[in-house]
Design a protein around this ligand. Structure first.
Ligand code: AMP
Ligand code: GLY
Length: 429
């Protein structure tokens, strides 16, 4: 089989790494890929949002299966386009991808089918939003309706801040068109949990639980990022809990999309807050999480390719996936300044020192310069994943590895997993 993976981040490196292990696969292309992906696949310089370019390439190469990594091409309709030419593609249609592409669509759908989610209201005018804010108590969670690269959610701790954020989004177009509509939500508290599942719109197969670390600095300080580290499994929930959470949150949404004639096919990411009143959905994402994928896939023993092919054809059968009993912990190394402005082109040193069987370095924003050196090319640069008998072992192994990697301005959080160690007692599971 020839497989095409669209995207260039750490998530896509993990996908390519896992797909490469399938005996069904002879050749992998990545568009556009990165320096790490280039070790496993042929990287082709077609950007992930150049849908026509991707289609022409997939038809020319007679690609058997296309796997879409990021949300932007899904929301733009890459799956509809590929399917219209008879190509097999793993990912939801443009209609189903609105679950992530429009927070208002997603919240209204959840409210309609009774999925627990924070109380909310939507606004297109500053005046209405201001009126709402002054009537309510802070904090306010203010979200741009459309895609904003993981940065479109702002928590305002006072009415003044809330009004400023709404002004920035609607009037000053801080997130472009994405912020012309804003969603203001009640602020929930609790532990966050990510549940990923495979579905073809009818059958559902859950993946192992995981937990992300969204804030840029230790102890959950600083602005939100795409994710600075993750671990799997998440010891605060059992497999049975994950099953119940899916039935209560994802199943009604999947059923509703099927009823609307736009069944969801692909990987569905359910972002949850475990509140005192039970699990509440913060968001749905229509693709694998980054960096959750880098912590989950190293533990997956089952071949991922037949599952993706079955989903592309809508013939998924419910079954249990096989997991490595070891835990996996992932630490992201980012460029100085991220999630704000950052420099590119710094040489990454120490990669060749990582040889442990239990450690994988997934590349995110990397490329090779003219002399062949691996250099930084993005905000999140690497994700170092380690397997260990316990979460603490995985943690120690990941940090021992990442300490050997350096680049100018590079930084990482030193507390990935810390909260769970404190909660569960050192060792985890
Ligand atoms: P989202 O992209 O909607 O998941 O939001 C990004 C992050 O913002 C989440 O992972 C949470 O940390 C935070 N967040 C989103 N919605 C809420 C909410 N209603 N209450 C508290 N925190 C939230
Ligand atoms: N790690 C969060 C996300 O992928 O959206």
């Amino acid at each position: 089989m020839k497989v095409l993976v669209i995207g260039s981040g750490g998530r896509e490196h993990a996908l390519v790494w896992k797909i490469r292990q399938s005996p069904l696969v002879d050749k992998i292309f990545a568009c556009p890929g990165n320096a790490g992906i280039a070790e496993l696949a042929e990287c082709v310089p077609i950007e992930a949002e150049n849908l026509e370019g991707l289609l022409t390439f997939a038809l020319d190469q007679k690609v058997d299966l296309t796997v879409v990594g990021p949300e932007a091409p899904l929301v733009k309709g890459v799956v509809n386009l590929f399917q219209s030419k008879g190509l097999n593609v793993f990912g939801p249609s443009q209609e189903a991808a609105r679950l992530e592409g429009s927070k208002a669509f997603s919240k209204e759908l959840m409210a309609r089918v009774g999925v627990p989610t924070a109380a909310f209201q939507t606004f297109t005018h500053v005046a209405g939003a201001k009126h709402f804010i002054v009537e309510k108590e802070p904090p306010f969670v203010i979200k741009a309706d459309g895609l904003a690269g993981g940065k479109g959610v702002i928590i305002a701790n006072s009415c003044e801040d809330g009004i400023r954020v709404v002004n920035d989004m609607i009037e000053n177009k801080l997130f472009g068109e994405s912020g012309e509509l804003v969603v203001i939500e009640e602020c929930l508290t609790g532990d966050e949990l990510s549940v990923l599942l495979f579905t073809d719109g009818t059958s559902i197969i859950p993946l192992a639980s995981s937990q992300d670390h969204k804030r840029v600095y230790d102890d959950d300080r600083g602005p939100n990022t795409g994710g600075m580290g993750a671990y799997s499994p998440c010891p605060i929930v059992s497999d049975e809990d994950v099953h119940k959470i899916i039935e209560r949150t994802a199943r009604p949404v999947i059923n509703e999309l099927k009823r609307l004639g736009t069944p969801y096919r692909g990987l569905l990411y359910v972002g949850l807050m475990m509140t005192e009143k039970g699990p509440y959905v913060l968001e749905f994402n229509v693709r694998f999480g980054d960096p959750e994928t880098q912590a989950v896939l190293p533990r997956l023993k089952t071949d991922i390719v037949p599952i993706m092919s079955d989903i592309a054809r809508g013939t998924l059968k419910t079954r249990t996936l096989e997991w490595d009993p070891r835990a996996c912990l992932t630490v992201v190394m980012a460029s100085g300044g991220y999630p704000g402005a950052y420099e590119k082109g710094h040489e990454i040193k120490g990669l060749e020192t990582i040889r442990e069987e239990s450690v994988v370095v997934f590349h995110a924003g990397t490329t090779r310069n003219k002399t062949g050196a691996v250099v930084t090319a993005g905000g999140r640069v690497l994700a170092v994943s380690a397997l260990g008998a316990t979460l603490k072992d995985a943690h120690d192994e990941a940090y021992r590895a990442i300490e050997r990697i350096t680049f100018t301005g590079g930084f990482y959080r030193r507390d990935i997993g810390k909260r769970v160690f404190e909660k569960m007692g050192v060792g985890g599971t």
